[in-house]
Structures are given as C-alpha cells and as structure tokens.
Design a protein around this ligand. Structure first.
Ligand code: G6P
Length: 611
C-alpha cells in the first residue's frame, strides 16, 4: 500500500526512482511523483500510473543525485495531482513521501493553519512536512534531524517516511512506524524502498528498519537511531532476491507468469520437508512443535486470499491432527477482545508479511502471552521478524495483485504443518501418512498437467466474458477454493461473484439461479462427492449453467454439467491445490477479455499496510 523509493549517491537518480516506482507500482497505483534535489527542489507528480509521470518528466528531466519517489493508494483525499506525493512544505524547501496514516492529522492541521500555514492537499501526509518546517522556523538552531524527531513525537498513527531538504542536499532522512522500509547499501550510494524490488539491481546488502527508528542516509552509509535519539547498530543482511524473479519473463502479465510458476513454487515449498514416510521436517517449527501439538486450539489470523488458505488449513489440521482450529479475519480479531493467554497459539498467514491487520493481530496475541507463529512468503518481512517461529513458503516474489502462487504455497505449508502435528499427536496411521506423502510429491506434475489445458479454459472464458454474476460452490476442503475462485474473478474482472458452501446455497443464493447464471462447482472425487452431485442437480433444476471442475472418475458430474474442466485425481485433502488452478486461469482470461488491468486492478493494492 503506497510504494516509497529514495536515493542518495553519485548517479543521476531520476531513472533509478522511476524504475523503482515501476517495480513498486503493485503496492498502489492511483498517482505517482518524485522530488529531486538538483540545485532546486524539483517536484513532479500526477494522477495515474508511473508511465504518466515518466511522460511528464520527459519534457524537463531533473538532474540530481538525491531524490525520493512515491506511488500512491489513496486513503485521505482523491487520487489527483495535488494529493499525489511528494508533499512540499510552504517554503518549497522540504519534500516528503509517506506510506501509512497520520491519525491525528486533523488536529495538527488545525493548529498549523491557525499559525498561518496554508495547506495545498487534503492528505494526512502533508501535515508532517508542514509540521517539520514549522518546528524548524520556531528554532533556527535546531538540526533538520532534530526537527523531524520532534515532529514525529507529535504525530500518532503509522508511517514509512522519506524526506529531503534543499538545505541539506547530501542526506536522505527516513523513518518507520508500522510501514516497511528497507535500506540498500551500495558503494558510495544508498537506497531506500518499501520493499527490496527497487534495490536488488544495485546491491544485495540491506538493512531492515524496525518500528520507531529514524535513519540518516548519505552516500554509502546509513546511521540509525531510535526516534528518541538512541544510537543503534543494525545487522546488514544479504538479499536472496534475483532480478529475473521480479520480471515478467515473456508472459503478458505477472499474474499469468505466477499461475504458470506453480509447479515449481509448490515443489520449492515442499523441497526437503516431506519424507516418503510422511514424516515432516519444518526447521522453523522444530523448537515449538510440542507446544503447538499440546495446545487446546490453534487460532489462525489472515486477510484476503491468505484467509482462504487459512480456511483450507482449518480443514486439514482438524482432519489430520484432530486439533481444533479457529480461523479469524485479522481485521476483526483485535477488536473483539480475543480470549487468549500463554497456553494459546496464534498462526498469522501473510504472503507479504506486511498486512497491517495481520501484524496487529499477531501483536495482540503476543501481548496476551500466546505463542505466535507465521506462514509467510517475504523473507525479512515484519511478520517474519516478529513471530516466535514459522514457515517460509518459498514461492518467490508475487507481484500480480491477485494472489495465485502464494495461495497454493500457503496451502502446502499448512498441509505440512497438519502432517507434522498429526505425527506428534498420533492421529495418523503410518500407512496413511505415507500415502498422503506420495500423493503430495505428485502435486507439482499434476498442476503442470492442468496448465496444459489453458486453451480450453480460455475458450470457456470467451463464453462467459460478459456474465454479470457468477456463483462458486464447493464442499469440505474445496469450500475455501470456491471462495478463492470467486475472489479471483471479482478482483480482476469486476464481475460480481460469490463463493458458497454448496449445501448452504439453498439458504439464499439459490434464489439468484436462473438460465443465465454460471455456477462453478468444485466436484472432485472425495468424501462429499455424492452430496455435491445432489447440489449440482439442484442448480440444474433451476436451469443454472453448470461449469464443473471435476476428476476423471466423476461420470455423473460430467453428464450433468454444461462445461467440464478435468483435473487429475488426488487425495481428497490435497484437491484444493489442483482445483484452484483452473479457477485462476478462468478469472485471468475473463479479465483479459474484458480489457481489465489484470496486474493492477482498480482500487486494490498488493500489500495493505493500513488498517
Ligand atoms: C491484499 C491483496 C490480496 C492478499 C491480501 C492479504 O488484499 O490484494 O491478494 O491476499 O492483501 O495479503 P497478505 O500479504 O497478508 O497475504
């Protein structure tokens, strides 16, 4: 949610900032801007995409080696030219970019306005830059850094900030509370960004800022202190990200590339973790497995697609390990005074590891003394650093806003956790464990097999491109897949879609079914196959248009359905890993047919760092 990039060094920074913004654009894309110190403070910003900003800059490109850039996802104020970042102080000498929300901005704005400060934008962010200038004006002996500290002492809320000052042209000031910032250390140059993607091309040496820290960046160096001015020695980490991984690799969209990466990403998540006996080795959980296995229940908190994988996890863990699981929307969890104590275990799931509500949920659980675990894709993210133990999904960078390979990798990680807990709790026979392991290792090749049917799924997408509504039905392990299929479609094609437990359809959505309604049914072989068949009959009886995702043995389903997508047979409990793939492709091709911006759907952002 909002992307920040900054540079101080020896190169002309405009290209670095624009390229960085292009890589960060998935975090927010309603407007973009840069501020570059080139003898004067040159600010360019506009509503629209980074390419619009690029065209604007082409006419009069600023040259300078200190600069900041921003790509926005609006919270306060319309996404227009004026509300776009950077925001500049009244004197025109200080510029700032901000990710997060300044909660007390209205009160601060009122006080500053009463002192004569004239605000240009409706944003909460502008308040910070005006406040810094006001503090400096009040005490000309104060250093710029000290003025920032005093200003941050007055604001409440969350921020990732990058600030430049025309009167201090070799330093870039950054601060973090609640919104991620990574500093990249090069030779004679220093970078800052919301994530590592703009940095990886130049250096792999990074420092992760933590909440409550302020860093002064100068060419090749980074001095970090707490906001209260206590000096800190930070570890320098090595980035394990490759440039190839963040490019489209010949695919028209990141989403399609990421769908096609799933045979590999699932294999990577499994690699070295599951023995043929069904024994699981999860190094990150080794020290805490006993405690989880003996907990009275496991609470899982997540948002969006990660919440859907959490639901699959609930089915898997309860089925295999017979441990009660509760799945919570992270955004609701904190506000209903959760009943947790030192005996409880909370598992937070997040692709990015930066989703504000998920981080808030894990902090809440920590405060209650619970053991806090994570399943996360981004190495070094806030979630990864704040949990007691966890599992990385190793799916590689996911850039398309609609999550695909992160979902399947999360389900793999959860299935591994379920198997590990089942072994500890003695709830699974060795023979069954070995059978599940054998099937599990065949999942990557089975996903690859489904991907070969893309042309047929595209033809199906052509038939339903202009359907105004869709219904997705699933049962048991595949009920969360129905939710995920519906979410994929609505996120990227803007078609209204609902996912439902197939039998629950009778209590409402059945009223929507008529001869125009496409109903996607997840009808793979499993313990609820017969029940699913009855639900399909119910849809048919109302003339609904049945699109079945099914397995070769399901001849009755094939007889009833108008359209069939076949996925290979597998163990019932692993079927979500296969059934979801056609739904991803269906949503993708419908969205492309409708001319939608698949990788950057309207109003959405990849990483939601505000609550
Ligand atoms: C946003 C994204 C979704 C994602 C959700 C949770 O809404 O658009 O694709 O599932 O955030 O993100 P997380 O990084 O916590 O998994």
């Amino acid at each position: 949610m909002c992307g920040i990039v900054g540079y101080v060094g020896f190169r002309d920074c405009q290209g670095i900032l624009l390229k960085g913004l292009g890589r960060l654009e998935y975090r927010g894309y309603d407007s973009a801007g840069v501020a570059i110190v080139d003898g004067s403070l040159h600010v360019a910003k506009c509503a629209g995409k980074v390419r619009d900003l690029e065209s604007r800059l082409a006419a009069d490109p600023p040259r300078g080696s200190l600069g900041i850039g921003h790509t926005r996802w609006a919270t306060h104020g319309l996404p227009d030219d004026i509300n776009a970042h950077p925001h500049v102080s009244s004197s025109g000498r200080i510029a700032l970019v901000h990710n997060g929300i300044i909660e007390n901005y209205a009160a601060l704005k009122q006080t500053l306005a009463a002192k004569g400060c004239v605000f240009r934008s409706q944003t909460d962010s502008e308040v910070v830059v005006q406040l810094i200038e006001e503090i400096l004006n009040g005490d000309p002996d104060l250093s710029f850094e000290a003025a920032i500290r005093l200003a941050l002492g007055q604001v409440t809320g969350t921020y990732g900030l990058a600030i430049v000052n025309l009167d201090d042209p070799a330093r870039l000031y950054v601060a973090r509370k609640g919104s991620p910032l990574i500093v990249g250390l090069g030779d004679g140059e220093t970078f800052v960004a919301s994530d590592a993607t703009p940095i990886v091309e130049y250096t792999n040496r990074v420092v992760y800022l933590d909440d409550g820290e302020l860093a002064v960046l100068s060419p090749g160096s980074c001095e970090v202190r707490t906001i209260d001015d206590v000096p800190l020695t930070k570890d320098v980490h090595e980035l394990a990200l490759s440039l190839d991984a963040i490019e489209k690799g010949g695919f028209p969209h990141f989403m399609l590339k990421e769908i096609h990466e799933q045979p590999r990403s699932v294999a990577d998540c499994l690699r070295g973790r599951l023995l043929p006996t069904g024994h699981v080795q999860l190094g990150g959980l080794a020290g805490v497995l006993d405690r989880i296995a003996s907990a009275r229940k496991l609470t899982i908190a997540a948002c969006g697609t990660s919440w859907h994988s959490a639901l699959v996890g609930e089915y898997l863990i309860e089925h295999l390990a017979r441990l009660p699981v509760e799945v919570e929307y992270a955004s609701e969890f904190r506000y209903r005074e959760p009943l947790l104590d030192g005996n409880d275990v909370l598992l937070a799931i997040s692709q990015s590891g930066e989703t504000a509500d998920t981080i808030a949920a894990l902090r809440e659980a920590k405060q209650h003394g619970a053991l806090v675990l994570g399943i996360c894709n981004v190495v070094g993210s806030t979630l990864a650093r704040e949990t007691d133990a966890g599992v990385y999904t190793h799916a590689g960078p996911e850039i398309g806003v609609a999550s695909t390979k992160a979902f399947t990798a999360q389900v793999v990680a959860l299935a591994l956790v379920a198997l590990a807990l089942a072994e500890k709790r003695g709830t699974l026979s060795p023979a069954r464990a070995a059978r599940v392991a054998e099937e599990f290792h065949r999942i990557p090749e089975k996903i690859a097999e489904i991907l070969t049917q893309e042309a047929a799924i595209r033809t199906l997408a052509d038939r339903f491109t202009y359907a105004p509504n869709f219904l997705y039905l699933g049962r048991s392990f595949n009920f969360p897949v129905a939710l995920e299929g519906a979410l994929k479609l609505k996120e990227i094609s803007y078609i209204h879609a609902e996912g439902y437990p197939a039998a629950e359809m009778k209590h409402g959505p059945i009223a929507l079914i008529d001869r125009l309604m496409p109903v996607v049914v997840l009808a793979t072989t499993g313990h609820t196959s017969d029940k699913m068949l009855a639900n399909i009959e119910e849809v048919k009886a109302r003339q609904g248009r049945v699109i079945a995702v099914t397995t070769p043995g399901q001849s009755e389903v094939k007889r009833l359905a108008e359209f069939v997508i076949e996925v290979p047979e597998t163990d019932d409990l692993l079927s979500p890993l296969l059934a979801v793939i056609p739904l991803q492709l269906l949503a993708y091709h419908i969205a492309v047919n409708r001319g939608c911006d698949v990788d950057q759907p309207r109003n959405l952002a990849k990483s939601v760092t505000v609550e």
